[in-house]
Write a protein of this length. Structure first.
Length: 152
């Protein structure tokens, strides 16, 4: 049995809009750009599913660094991150000391993923930004800005 493209993410409105746009656009450029957006949308869905599965299966419990009491779960808390494929989000368990010791709140799955507590952008995105700095020197946008000012 072969699935159509529309059936890949049936409950995703953005995906369905992209499928509709893919069928209605006519130029090659528009088809390529729409297919690229669909690829990013599919990549986000795959990443979110992976993160959700791994977060649900992760059951390591820590102890409080202050009073050595076993930490208790605060439940699944939403986490989002800007990545190379766009914004992804998932839910992971957050735990804290039942005595509410200062600084006891932890998200152990964040440690597994090698991300910091309030990190908004993923590591590979930051690395790409740093690499672009070398390939796009400041003179390019500055020249563009100067030329655009002369045209006005
Ligand atoms: Zn404690």
């Amino acid at each position: 049995m072969q699935l159509s493209v529309e059936q890949l993410l049936t409950d995703d409105k953005h995906w369905q809009q992209l499928c509709n746009r893919l069928q209605t656009v006519s130029s090659l450029s528009a088809i390529v750009l729409t297919a690229r957006q669909m690829g990013l949308c599919l990549a986000r869905a795959i990443i979110e599913q992976q993160l959700q599965e791994r977060a649900a299966a992760f059951t390591k419990w820590n102890t409080c660094l202050t009073c050595s009491t076993g930490l208790v779960s605060k439940g699944l808390v939403k986490r989002k991150m800007l990545t190379l494929v766009g914004q992804v989000q998932w839910r992971r368990r957050v735990e804290r000391c039942p005595h509410r010791c200062l600084g006891s709140q932890q998200a152990p799955f964040d440690t597994v993923l090698d991300i910091q507590a309030y990190q908004q952008g993923s590591t590979e995105l930051m690395r790409l930004g740093c690499l672009l700095q070398y390939f796009c020197p400041l003179t390019l946008p500055l020249n563009y800005w100067c030329n655009s000012q002369e045209l006005m």
